[in-house]
Design a protein around this ligand. Structure first.
Ligand SMILES: [Zn+2]
Length: 340
């Protein structure tokens, strides 16, 4: 798109007429008129609004940061930094700066239009932002936009067609419903799981990608398919059991994603609202743990998976729910919220 191929002639033309980002997504500068480009952007915006294709479907993978706007692009977390940290944005002297102008020789370099008082709320925001930025890896590679729905990250009309169809049509047991109580990244991951598009070793091998082993990196006993990772691997089975106990539910043993989703469809709406968050979070945490094992990142230990399911599901649900959700009650049994 305009970002990955930013030197192509048509990208240059679009950008010179319709601003650097072409007016997509959260851009303030929408294309004007009724021309071809304006219509394309309008259709994409409508798909975002109707939740057919959530914002974040095209995720920015930051490389050297030369083409990514520090404040105006969504490149860390789910928000633009200007929206998340408005006071800091207000103090920025160059509001259009790129990441590469703020990350110089391996450190963050700021340019504020006035000084930050120590102990002030602005300093507090800066600390919070720095904590977020600690997870970012700036490298020498080019910045890339990845289509989050496919294994290879390549955008295609066919893939979009599939998303549109799956939000209107039912295919077997699979219905695409975006769960509004968890972040977009979790929804996208669930969608990829439903269509078996996660880069499990079995899927990578099927794509002829050279990998050291096709065995599950967690147990080393079976081929790593998504059914195995999320439902049959010992670690997963153990987690589902702990979850049953925590929610005081008799969860049926799920064999695969569609059996989990059909079960979810079969329960009452109120209970489903909470359980959907918990099941999605469980899947998300298992995958994070699995990636930690594969990429030798030891921040997520096996003994912490359950804890992180409890914490993340609470955090995601309570921040999106209008009602107050009690942490103590959540710890005890999240389903109790259904009765109070
Ligand atoms: Zn396993």
């Amino acid at each position: 798109m305009t970002h990955n191929d930013h030197n192509s002639i048509w990208a240059k033309v679009i950008k010179s007429i319709h601003s650097r980002d072409g007016g997509f997504g959260t851009s303030d500068r929408k294309p004007f008129g009724n021309g071809v480009w304006a219509s394309i952007v309008k259709v994409v915006d409508q798909m975002h609004e109707k939740q057919i294709m959530p914002l974040g479907s095209m995720a920015l993978h930051v490389g050297n940061g030369h083409n990514v706007s520090f404040w105006n692009d969504v490149w860390v977390g789910d928000y633009r930094l200007r929206d998340k940290f408005p006071r800091l944005y207000d103090m920025e002297s160059n509001k259009e700066c790129f990441i590469a102008e703020r990350w110089v020789e391996d450190q963050w370099v700021w340019s504020w239009n006035r000084s930050i008082r120590s102990g002030s709320r602005i300093e507090h925001q800066l600390m919070e932002m720095l904590a977020m930025l600690m997870n970012v890896n700036i490298s020498d590679t080019d910045d890339k936009w990845k289509w989050e729905f496919e294994l290879d990250g390549i955008f295609s009309v066919r893939s979009v067609r599939k998303i549109i169809d799956s939000s209107f049509l039912t295919s077997g047991n699979i219905v695409t419903r975006w769960c509004s109580n968890v972040p977009i990244k979790v929804n996208i991951m669930m969608w990829r799981l439903m269509w078996d598009r996660l880069p499990t070793r079995m899927n990578l091998a099927a794509k002829d990608i050279d990998i050291p082993s096709v065995l599950c990196p967690i147990c080393n006993n079976e081929i790593e398919s998504s059914d195995h990772t999320f439902f049959k691997c010992d670690t997963a089975v153990h987690l589902w059991r702990m979850l049953s106990r925590w929610c005081e539910l008799n969860l049926p043993g799920f064999d695969n994603t569609s059996s989990m989703l059909s079960w979810l469809e079969s329960i009452g709406v109120q209970r489903r609202r909470i359980l959907e968050v918990i099941l999605y979070t469980t899947v998300w945490c298992i995958w994070r743990f699995r990636n930690g094992v594969v990429f030798k990142d030891s921040t997520m230990k096996k003994s912490f998976i359950f804890e992180s399911i409890v914490i993340n599901s609470y955090h995601w649900f309570s921040s999106r729910c209008k009602k107050h959700i009690s942490w103590t009650l959540w710890l005890q049994n999240p389903m109790l919220h259904f009765f109070v």
